[in-house]
Write a protein that binds this ligand. Structure first.
Ligand code: PLP
Length: 391
């Protein structure tokens, strides 16, 4: 059987896949099993912020593996201590402590639990276009109707959904029983959307005034993706809890819940845990990943490359708008995105789609350079002309 046939036979069929078998990656490139090279402007799903298989990350994982692969949080560990300090010192100004887990969903589940523990309240306000994961707790604050309708047995009775950016509606729902407001500060799969500075400021003030925890789901926006280390820094708005995962360890599975001083002591010893969270191998990856981001100035590069993308796409008439920040960008087209994404794939360029049918999502490694963006812009212009001709 071929690789694809074997996967299709033995894996639970929860994913729609590209017709691509990736066997190797290097920086912004991935290679298939026939040696073809693809420009990956999707970073393995917004994960490989430092590029694929960065040598420093590979070395750190290999060296830690020879020393100690795992011991749980029942003991102290040198690599965990170093990683925790590095993360907390590079997160928000008032970040005080981090809880390590294994995924973005788990980080959000943990954040909701901590917010409820800290406030003693049940309700949560979330965004209609938000995505926070697919397990019961995370699903119950995920706004995408289809995902919740498929599994109505979630905790949705404790959640109110509001449109991102509509402060009045949200304010009207606020009350003494609201434990948390959870949102992606810049929505991704729900359509790349950013609210106004005033909106984020108002959310922050409202949460302070009501004793409600503000949770930023930075699973995608964390670790430099939007041109700041964490997205709230764009507006100088700090959440009480930031969750993050994808870009947190260069592809090694790690989730994080970063808490400010006020909330850091909410969970008492024994109230929460995660066997693999904070394991030494994962922590070596966290440390190396963040060191690369800092050493190679990838946050700054993400901000600089946003300007290059906007300039290059500004010259294409079929591109109606570019939304988002840094290298989490939505490209709104005058035609459906699906055919264009396929045409780009035929030209060996990988980009993503989202819930908005006319939008392409760009989530490249933060190491991307001007030449790669020019290559993409040329291919996009060509694909859009073709799409017009076949329409
Ligand atoms: C904003 C956001 N939150 C949560 C998740 C869930 O993360 P994971 O798949 O690591 O559980 C995702 C995944 O796409 C996401 O984009």
């Amino acid at each position: 059987m071929s690789i694809r046939e074997t996967e299709d036979k033995y894996l639970v069929p929860t994913y729609t896949k590209l017709p691509l078998t990736v066997v190797k990656g290097e920086d912004v490139w991935v290679y298939d099993d026939e040696g073809n090279k693809y420009l990956d402007l999707y970073a393995g799903h917004a994960v490989c912020n430092i590029g694929h298989s960065h040598p420093k990350l590979a070395k750190a994982i290999a060296e830690q593996a020879k020393k100690l692969i795992f011991y749980s949080n029942a003991v102290y560990n040198d690599t965990r201590a170093e990683a925790a300090e590095l993360v907390v010192k590079n997160a928000y100004p008032h970040s005080a402590a981090v809880f390590f887990c294994n995924s973005g969903t788990e980080a959000n589940e943990t954040a909701l639990k901590i917010a409820r523990r800290a406030t003693g309240r049940p309700r949560v306000i979330a965004m209609e276009t938000g995505f926070h994961g697919r397990t019961v707790g995370a699903l119950s604050v995920t706004g995408r109707q289809k995902l919740r309708d498929d599994f109505p047995e979630n905790l949705g009775q404790f959640t109110d959904f509001v449109p991102l950016g509509d402060f009045e509606t949200l304010e009207a729902l606020m009350g003494p029983d609201v434990a948390a407001i959870i949102l992606e500060p810049i929505t991704s799969v729900g359509g790349v959307r950013v609210a106004s500075r005033k909106y984020y400021d108002s959310l922050r003030e409202l949460c302070f005034g009501n004793g409600t925890a503000l949770i930023f789901d930075e699973v995608q926006t964390g670790f430099g993706r939007t041109g700041k280390m964490f997205a709230g820094i764009h507006w100088n708005v700090e959440p009480d809890i930031a969750t993050t995962a994808k870009g947190a360890a260069g592809g090694f599975p790690v989730g994080m819940v970063i808490l400010n001083e006020a909330i850091a002591s909410a969970p008492a010893p024994g109230e929460h845990g995660c066997t693999f969270g904070g394991g030494p191998l994962a922590m070596a990856a966290v440390k190396a990943n963040l060191e690369v981001i800092l050493e190679q100035k990838l946050v700054e590069n993400a901000a600089a490359m946003e300007v290059v993308v906007r300039d290059a796409l500004g010259a294409i008439p079929e591109v109606l708008a570019v939304t988002g920040k840094g290298l989490l960008l939505g490209i709104e087209l005058e035609c459906p995105a699906k055919g264009v994404i396929n045409a780009l794939f035929d030209q060996k360029i990988i980009v993503g789609g989202c819930d908005r049918p006319n939008m392409i999502r760009l989530l490249p490694p933060l190491t991307v350079k001007e030449a790669h963006i020019k290559q993409f812009a040329g291919a996009l212009a060509e694909a859009l002309v073709q799409a017009k001709q076949t329409a």
